[in-house]
Design a protein around this ligand. Sequence first.
Ligand code: GRG
Length: 327
Amino acid sequence: MRDFLDWSIGLHGKVDEVNQRLMLAIRTGQEDLYRMSRYTIEAGGKRFRPLLTILAYEISCEEPYSNILDLAAGYELIHTASLIHDDIIDNAATRRGRPTLNNVDGIENAIVVGDYLFAKAYELGSRYGTVVSKIMADGSSRLAEGQILEAVNLGNLDLTEETYLEIISNKTARFFEACALGATEAARASKETSLALSKFAYNLGMAFQVTDDILDIVGDAGKLGKPTFTDLRHSAITLPLIYTLRKVDEEERMRIKDKLLSGPDDKFDLELKNRMVQTGAIDYSFTVAKDFSEQALDALKNTGKSPDLNLLMELAMIVIERIEELS
Ligand code: GRG
């Protein structure tokens, strides 16, 4: 079975070029701002969004991918800014296998670094014209909408699967979609190509986020580079919990609710994880993730054949195979 690292081996050159653009974009004479910005950029990450942007561009036109590197870097900057702000909100201690920026340089500085990266992202996006800038802005607005919809539903054990899907659609999938849409617009792709790639990216994002939520429960913290059970600790209601609550009786439901709202409890985390396995909640969530991955593959079925298309198709499979790899 191939994992994400195997998948990206042939793309290391592209990742290096994206990293160079990122370093150029964040350059500033304000040394502390530069150091803090570099800290988060150098922590790495999978660079999913820039790679998706580059591959979508290459599939859409014959131009060299160097044309799209700034946009790819712009998307990564928005993503990184959102992670910095997310870590502040969650008071998270580690990210990408390192102490978070809020942990190292304090919340006040981390807020500003997030804002700075966000501003620099738009500087890069603006090089591609107003339509691409608007696509970028729409993707970012959806991130904020998803984050707030999630926040106002923290601890809401009546959250429906439908609202959960709306949250992850906004906070993850729409941004993946924006990467593909920005790339196809910059490439002046046909409507069909643009639709196929954006549909692929959206469903990939959905599969990715459902998988992420499963891994938060069954994942191995060491392999993930971040702690597990963070959703439960922050009362974020995700699909495995929604399904479990549907399956248990009222008494157990009340007990889970009390326990979740009464603060961290390692023993209860493990107990709940076991219940999620027993009730079939993990299997069900996996089926949902798989369904999105299949829809992603389906979107590309009439797009022809090319090595880049094969890479995207493999990605849609690898995204859900992460569950075995990382748990
Ligand atoms: C508009 C900048 C901005 C912020 C809006 C805080 C916030 C409000 C949004 C955060 C939304 C959020 C945390 C979405 C989760 C997205 C996600 C799946 C993160 C993990 O992505 P990976 O696994 O991370 O690609 P790496 O580290 O590999 O890049």
